[in-house]
Each structure stands twice: as C-alpha cells, then as structure tokens.
Design a protein around this ligand. Structure first.
Ligand SMILES: CSCCC(=O)/C(O)=C/O
Ligand SMILES: [Fe+2]
Length: 188
C-alpha cells in the first residue's frame, strides 16, 4: 500500500496521478481508513490473518470480485464508470486484495469543499483496506486493468449501495455521522 495526494491532472484515471506528497497511515486512520498487510501468494486462498481480523471486526461473510473485462463481461464499462463516481456507502467497504492492483481514492474532509483533497491509495496483493461508512471515495483499476479482491461484510447479504455525491447524499445520516466523527487535519 502507498498513499499520496492525487495530482488532479485531467489525464487517464488509471495513471498514478502522484503529486509527490505522501500521506501517512496516521492521516488515513484519522479519516477512519484502516489498513493491514497480510501476504498472500498468487492463487492461494484467503490467509488465516484475514480470518482473525474478520472475526475481531464481526465480518461474517465474504465473496470475491474480479474487476477485469473477463471478470465483469458486459457490465465492465458501466461498473468501471460507476466505481469512479464519487460516492459513499452506509456500510463499511472492506477489501482484501488477492491479485492485480488498483487505486482507492478517498476524500480528505475539510471545512470547505474547495479545501478538500483526494488521497490516492495504491492497493496490491496482501493489502486489506477498510473504508468507513459515510466517507466519500471512488475506485479505479491501474494500467494492468485487473484486480481480484475479497469483499468482506457483516450482514447476511451485502448492500454496498453507492450514494453518489450531491446535496441529498451530503445530508444522508451516515454521511453526517461520519463528518461528525472527524476533525480536519493539517498533518501529512
Ligand atoms: C476492488 S473492489 C471494486 C471496487 C468496489 O467494490 C467499490 O465499491 C468501490 O467503491
Ligand atoms: Fe464504494
């Protein structure tokens, strides 16, 4: 995992867009983003270290998603577009990367929208990331064009309904609760 501020250049979303300003794990934790690394070999099943965290955090169920042309078929273009719309969920988004790589972008909340910045998080096999309920975020593949991830969830059936950013979502109670739990940070 590597996190840094996004450079906001209007080029291919799958490029690194690295501004050169790194972001620390402390800053991510302050935003409610949690991260672990639990090594996994290509083709291996989900390691026990993931089970331990799942038990600790009450994630009872899981499935696996292959985000690639082969994995998503006819839904590929619309899914890729949807993942990169700025959105939030009412549930945590928990992903353990089994293969490939990609970028999760999370919005660093600030008092005024024009002070907000995107933080880009590069994820590769062995990375386990938790995005809290209510955080604005988006996802894109990198130029390898594929990622395989386990999606962990607490409920019997996952929801992961994306609520795209807008006035209605800004006043969603889960969003309001998220904003209330964090204070703006100035550290890197
Ligand atoms: C790497 S999993 C695909 C991305 C996803 O599931 C999601 O909800 C992005 O916000
Ligand atoms: Fe999401």
């Amino acid at each position: 995992m590597r996190a840094y501020y996004y450079d906001d250049e209007p080029t291919d979303q799958r490029l690194p867009h690295d501004s050169g300003e790194p972001v620390s794990l402390d800053t991510l934790a302050h935003l409610g983003v949690l991260y672990w690394t639990i090594p996994v070999a290509e083709g291996e099943s989900i390691p026990e270290g993931v089970d331990a965290i799942a038990k600790q955090r009450g994630y009872k169920n899981r499935d696996v998603i292959n985000v690639s042309k082969e994995g998503l078929g006819d839904a590929y273009e619309s899914k890729i577009k949807g993942f990169f719309e700025e959105h939030m969920h009412e549930d945590e988004e928990i992903r353990y990367i089994l293969g490939g790589s990609g970028f999760f972008d999370v919005r660093k909340h600030a008092p005024a929208p024009n002070q907000e910045r995107w933080i880009r998080i590069f994820c590769a096999p062995g990375d386990l990331i938790v995005l809290p309920s209510g955080i604005y975020h988006r996802f894109t593949l990198d130029t390898n064009n594929k990622i395989k991830a386990a999606r962990l969830f607490q409920q019997d059936e996952p929801k992961w309904i994306p609520h795209n950013r807008g006035p209605a979502t800004d006043s969603n109670p889960y969003r309001a609760e998220y904003v209330a739990t964090i204070q703006p940070v100035s550290v890197a």
